[in-house]
Design a protein around this ligand. Sequence first.
Ligand SMILES: [Zn+2]
Length: 151
Amino acid sequence: MLCPECKKSDTKVLDSRDDNRLIRRRRECLRCKYRFTTYEKIEPPKIKVIKRTGLGQDYSREKLSRGIYLACEKRPLSINQIEQIIDSIEHDITKLKTRFITSKQIGKFAIDHLKISDEVAYLRFLSVYKSFSSASKFQKEAEKLTRKDFI
Ligand SMILES: [Zn+2]
């Protein structure tokens, strides 16, 4: 990124922080030492999810969220904390820099992040993940459970 002051030199990142779906970066010009802040929106990964059946579909944050919210139900986690877990999973997906990912791999990322956030949510997700061995089946099961709650 070019320096907005001298418009010549490249800048270095001094500090980077994820803050509510925005990445805030403090930058410094390598030449004139001008300091400024940039904000980058975290974009959902543009990636195809390959199901166990072999079929692919566009990645959907909503689908991932359903499973995570269900695992976190009645746990002492704020919506903000849960959204941060989902952000972290999306960040891992984006880091792969690939156009395809298996639903199983997304499930593994979810397990990693739930493990460090809440033990009960982690165990819930893990048990369902293991018995269904694919995130897509977990979502179907999650939907059934949600429906049952409303009857
Ligand atoms: Zn400069």
